[in-house]
Design a protein. Structure first.
Ligand code: AQP
Length: 326
C-alpha cells in the first residue's frame, strides 16, 4: 500500500476552506493509502502564537479530524512536536539546503510581507516540511496547489541527499486533488479564507453556531448585478458561493447556474447557508463528544510512539552518513 502524509497547522480555528480543501480529501484517501496524519504545531510557531490558544487549537484539530471521519484504525495520528525527530532531521536538512532556494519560496515572500518581526523559522519552514515527508518515505503528499512548491523542494532535498550520501530518502510526489476548490473569504472574496485571518466576519469556522454561519453567508460580499453566474474575475463573491455549493454537493457549476437562473442572491445565499449548516452539524456534534475524551490522548500516545520509532531510524541513518557523533 502506498503511503501518504498530511498535516494541518493549529494556527487558529479550522475553517470551511480547510475542510473542503484538506480534511475531506484526507477522509477519502484513508481508504486507498496507508496514511500518516499529524498536527503541525512546530509549523504554527513560525508566526507568533498565544501559548494557551495554541494548546487549545492542537486538541481541537485532533477532535475535528476524528469528528470529520478520520478513522484512527486506518491512520496513524500524532502531534509533530511530540516526535523529536522532525526538528532534529530538519536541522540536518537545513544545513544541506542553499539559503537562496528558501528565499525564493512564494509562501515565504507572502507571509514575510504580512507579518512583522517574524523569526528565521518562517524561512526554514519548508525544510521542516521536507523532514516531515522524508522521515516516513511517503510516496505522496496530498496538498493544495499553494504547497506544491514546498513538495518540489522536498524532492530536490531528497535527490541531493541521496546523491551525496547514498539512497536514504524516497522521492515524494504531490497529490493534488481534482476537486476541492480554493475557498475565499466571504468579505474579501479575492483572498483565500484563512484560519489565522484577523477579521472573523469573512471566515466560516467549522465550530461556528448555525446562526453565525447563516449571518456570515447572508452578509457575504457579492456584486451589483443579480445574476448567479460563475465569473471569478468579475463576480468573485458569487463565484465563491458557487464553489462552496459545488464542493459540498458535487453538483456541477453549470447545473448550479441553471438551477438558480431565475433566483436572486438572497435565495441562493439562503440555500448555501442551509447546506453549510447541514454539512457541519454532524461534525460539530461528534466534536463535542470527543473534545474532552480520553480517546484522543490514547490515539496521540500511540501515534507518538509509533512514528518516533520509524522517524528515529531515518534520522540516525542520515546522522551517521554525515559523520555526526561517535
Ligand atoms: N481557503 C481554502 N480553500 C481550500 N483549501 C484550503 N486550505 C487552507 N485554506 C484553504 C487547505 O487546508 C490545508 C491547511 O494547511 P495549513 O494548516 O498548513 O495552512 P494553510 O494552508 O496556510 O491554511 P490557512 O487556513 O490559510 O492557515 P493560516 O491562516 O495559518 O495560514 C492545506 O491543505 C490547504 O491547501
Amino acid at each position: 500500500m502506498k503511503k501518504i502524509l498530511t498535516g494541518l497547522q493549529p494556527s487558529g480555528n479550522l475553517t470551511l476552506g480547510n475542510y473542503i480543501g484538506a480534511i475531506r480529501q484526507m477522509v477519502r484517501l484513508q481508504e486507498e493509502y496507508e496514511s500518516i496524519i499529524f498536527v503541525a504545531d512546530l509549523h504554527a510557531i513560525t508566526v507568533a502564537q498565544n501559548p494557551s490558544e495554541l494548546r487549545k487549537n492542537i486538541r481541537s484539530l485532533i477532535a475535528i479530524y476524528l469528528a470529520s471521519g478520520i478513522d484512527p484504525k486506518k491512520n496513524t495520528i500524532f502531534i509533530q512536536s511530540e516526535n523529536i525527530y522532525h526538528a532534529n532531521m530538519s536541522w540536518l536538512l537545513e544545513c544541506l539546503t542553499p539559503y537562496g532556494e528558501l528565499g525564493r519560496m512564494t509562501q515565504f515572500k507572502d507571509k514575510s510581507s504580512k507579518h512583522q518581526n517574524f523569526g528565521a523559522g518562517l524561512l526554514t519552514y519548508p525544510v521542516l516540511m521536507a523532514s516531515d515527508i522524508l522521515l516516513y518515505d511517503a510516496d505522496y503528499v496530498p496538498t493544495g496547489i499553494d504547497q506544491k512548491q514546498h513538495v518540489e523542494l522536498a524532492r530536490n532535498i531528497a535527490e541531493r541527499v541521496n546523491k551525496k550520501y547514498g539512497e536514504i530518502f524516497k522521492i515524494p510526489e504531490p497529490l493534488i486533488p481534482e476537486t476541492g476548490a480554493k475557498i475565499c473569504d466571504l468579505v474579501n472574496p479575492t483572498k483565500k479564507m484563512s484560519k489565522s485571518d484577523e477579521n472573523p466576519k469573512g471566515v466560516i469556522y467549522l465550530l461556528d453556531s448555525d446562526d453565525v454561519i447563516r449571518k456570515k453567508i447572508m452578509g457575504a460580499t457579492t456584486d451589483s448585478e443579480t445574476v448567479i453566474k460563475y465569473d471569478i474575475e468579475n463576480k468573485p463573491g458569487i463565484s465563491n458561493l458557487i464553489n462552496i455549493y459545488n464542493s459540498l454537493t458535487g453538483i456541477s457549476i453549470k447545473e448550479i447556474e441553471e438551477k438558480y437562473k431565475d433566483s436572486n442572491y438572497g435565495t441562493f445565499k439562503k440555500d448555501v447557508a442551509d447546506l453549510v449548516i447541514e454539512t457541519l452539524k454532524p461534525i460539530k456534534e461528534k466534536y463535542q463528544e470527543l473534545i474532552n475524551s480520553k480517546e484522543i490522548d490514547k490515539i496521540l500516545d500511540e501515534g507518538a510512539l509509533k512514528t518516533s520509532e520509524i522517524a528515529k531510524k531515518k534520522y540516525l541513518l542520515l546522522k551517521d552518513k554525515m559523520g555526526l557523533g561517535r
